[in-house]
Design a protein around this ligand. Structure first.
Ligand code: MN
Length: 285
């Protein structure tokens, strides 16, 4: 299943994707929640009824409909740093022996197609293509061998990063450098785990104005998805709709000679095999 959050006259609602159409799930089956986070919280049986609704419900043309991020209001946006060996090397960092975890505030979450805003106070905003994991069933102390059962699905993500804030403010402000408004676009859809298959073996690429700047595969992840879910759940309770940005492959702008930073007018695409393309234009503040 591919699930999106679209903007209806009455606010954000969850829909299923059927070819070039969307099917509003709660309109089709009023026992279903009207939001994707609500649907995930309702559990596996609700997801089975959602699949039935997508197959049989009335569709409307997807063209011209505005999407939000699949989960526009996650409780937690968890991010993993330095999770590809080649990216750790290009960043001049040691290969981590445990996951490097930071976060973005939910106010950074941004819709597919919506402009990334370069803040006036930074001139080093960089791109990072990332596989995003979306939690279905929450939990604490989730064992590695059960962790993938807690994952509802996946989406393309973009960990937009102001390097001057992240690296050169006192103390190194990873949180602030990565949590400016609009710095966490993800989508366009949540693709459910059963449809993705092995998310640890997906091609991941990023293009700026059509030029490929990152091109790798999630096989290169240092810490696998099940390890990340288990590790983070050892610290805090994961909730339905929480998202985990799993780290970026090599090729970021700051590591290039000369460096490349995003500029107004750029158009950034993150493409992940089986998940589609997340496209965002870039504007100045
Ligand atoms: Mn990142």
């Amino acid at each position: 299943m591919r699930l999106v959050t679209y903007v209806s006259a009455g606010g954000p609602r969850v829909a299923g994707v059927r070819g070039g159409e969307y099917v509003d799930l709660a309109q089709t089956d009023p026992s279903l929640p009207s939001t994707l986070k609500g649907l995930l919280a309702a559990g596996p049986d609700a997801l089975r009824r959602a699949a039935a609704a997508i197959a049989t419900g009335p569709g409307f043309a997807a063209a011209g409909v505005s999407l939000l991020a699949p989960i526009p209001d996650p409780e937690k946006v968890i991010c993993i740093g330095l999770n590809y060996a080649d990216h750790a090397a290009e960043s001049g960092a040691a290969i981590p022996t445990e996951p490097v975890v930071f976060n973005k505030f939910p106010t950074a979450v941004h819709a597919p197609g919506a402009p990334i805003v370069l803040p006036k106070c930074s001139d080093q905003v960089d791109y990072e293509a990332e596989l995003v994991v979306i939690i279905g069933t929450g939990g604490r102390h989730i064992p590695v061998e059960q962790a993938l059962a807690h994952v509802a699905g996946y989406a393309c993500g973009h960990d937009v990063s102001a390097r001057d804030w992240q690296l050169r403010k006192p103390g190194g402000q990873w949180l602030l450098g990565k949590t400016f408004d609009t710095f966490a676009p993800f989508g366009p859809a949540l693709v459910t785990s059963d449809e993705v298959g092995d998310a640890g073996s997906l091609r991941i690429a990023l293009r700026v104005d059509g030029q490929t700047l990152q091109d790798s595969n999630t096989r290169q992840l240092i810490f696998r998805i099940d390890q990340l879910v288990s590790y983070v759940s050892g610290v805090c309770t994961l909730k339905p709709g929480d998202v985990i940005f799993t780290g970026t492959p090599p090729g970021v702008g700051a590591a290039r000679k000369p460096p490349i930073f995003l500029r107004p007018g750029n158009r950034v695409e993150v493409e992940i095999e089986r998940l589609g393309i997340l496209e965002n234009p870039v504007v100045g503040e």
